[in-house]
Write a protein that binds this ligand. Sequence first.
Ligand code: HEC
Ligand code: HEC
Ligand code: HEC
Ligand code: HEC
Length: 411
Amino acid sequence: MKKVLFSMVIGLGMVSQANAFAGDAQAGKSKAAVCAACHGSNGIGTTDTYPNLAGQHADYIAKQLKAFKAGDRKDPLMSPMAANLSDQDMADLAAYFSSFNRDGSTAGGSASEGGQTAATAAPAPKFIPSAEAGKALYEHGDADRGIASCVGCHGQDGNSDVLINPNLADQHPEYLEKQLAAFKANTRHNASMNAVAANLTTEDIANIGAYFKDTSAVGEVKASTGKVAVKTLAGDVELGKAKSATCVACHNADGNSTVAMYPSIAGQGEAYLLKQLKEFKSGARDNAIMAGMVAGLSEDDMQNLAAYFASQTLKPVVGEENAAGHKLYIGGDAERGITACIACHGVSGKGMDNAGFPAIGGQHPTYLKAQLEQFRSGVRANDKNAMMQNIAAKLSDADIEALANYMSTLK
Ligand code: HEC
Ligand code: HEC
Ligand code: HEC
Ligand code: HEC
């Protein structure tokens, strides 16, 4: 996990740098001649295993080219292709391919430049993939099996609003399946995707591929299990509740703190809560108040307390809108090398517990501000690979204030 997270941080750093180069689609066109053999001159892959680049987000294309060049993403065909590209080349190529529509047509014209769209008859499969099951999994995830829904990051029907999250719509399904298998096998590294794909079965992947053959062909679907999503918790909620009496004074009985300097812990990820409690105890997270609270707790107690508070529902605070905070949260700042918070904490601030990213939405801004300051000064240093400390080091007081206010408005 350490290594995966680390490579993600590097990868994210690269987005910022890629952004620093403005791409020129015209210049990209001549440079793209070498790509046409596989990706088509209009970005439509010439076979099922060559991904379409047409209309993909430029930021995403540039990020992938950097990853191939740096060796973070490996492919026998692409690695040598990317090796000789400069940052400017990558930006130009990204601008060129993203200027097409997703079907390879240009804004005014048709897809006449050639390349073929997918759809050669596949050999009869033993398992018949279900596009409906694929869509259900895509939209609802499967809480029982620890699979997050994909919509939050990749958008409705695979049209992503977040610039570093790829569009999946109109991509070759075979290619998407191959990538999911690579994330699952850990041969392609991305913390979010490795966590998501780890729990996907071969059948799930085939189902998702079937859905992406033609997303418009599938009508409305219900959650795949047909059950209301239930959180599965490792600890015992009842035993945790029984132990929580000493926490009430500051975090309230249901984990929704009413005092701005005490965090709400209701609905926070169980693994994250457990990590914090253990680290308050070991001193890895240095806080005198909490150290006293956990000193007498056993590992089981902490696990159960984490389960109890994770099972509660967060009552988000009424935050103050903040435009500067919003911009920094979703876009980062390429010039100052600040990674977008959205990459780890999510569009709606819910985090991703199985990747170790806490929920920060609806939290007291006073607490959020204090934590960012502590990461910046190094008082809080319990983050893996210093991923928050590295980011916080680049934040000004005004940034922290703006971000804390914005995050508190997320639901
Ligand atoms: C010989 C064939 C070939 C050539 C030439 C080629 N590519 Fe690729 N490209 C591939 C293959 C195969 C993949 C998928 C790799 C994988 O499965 O991870 C790929 C993947 C990519 C991706 C990642 C797409 C995604 O959705 O993640 C980008 C971006 C890309 N290529 C850009 C380029 C550019 C720009 C050029 C020209 C400079 C180029 N490629 C030349 C075969 C090629
Ligand atoms: C927390 C956000 C998040 C969630 C949830 C998520 N993804 Fe992703 N996904 C990403 C990011 C970020 C990338 C790009 C990784 C990279 O930069 O290499 C990605 C890449 C992919 C790719 C490779 C696309 C390409 O062009 O190479 C596929 C396929 C994919 N995701 C499918 C899924 C499916 C299916 C689900 C749901 C089961 C899902 N994702 C859930 C963030 C997410
Ligand atoms: C006297 C007040 C007080 C009591 C009682 C208390 N806490 Fe805390 N708790 C705090 C403060 C203050 C912080 C923030 C520490 C910091 O700034 O790092 C905190 C932080 C936490 C965090 C980290 C939250 C996050 O988002 O990182 C967890 C988890 C937590 N407390 C759980 C508990 C549990 C479980 C109990 C009961 C066993 C408890 N607390 C009792 C004051 C208290
Ligand atoms: C590469 C992933 C990553 C990025 C990007 C990221 N964070 Fe974090 N963040 C984390 C992790 C991991 C933790 C939890 C560290 C730990 O285990 O205690 C965290 C913790 C936090 C916390 C403390 C939460 C709590 O309950 O105590 C805040 C606040 C926070 N991040 C804000 C931000 C902001 C603001 C940004 C963007 C400027 C950002 N993060 C970007 C990974 C990330």
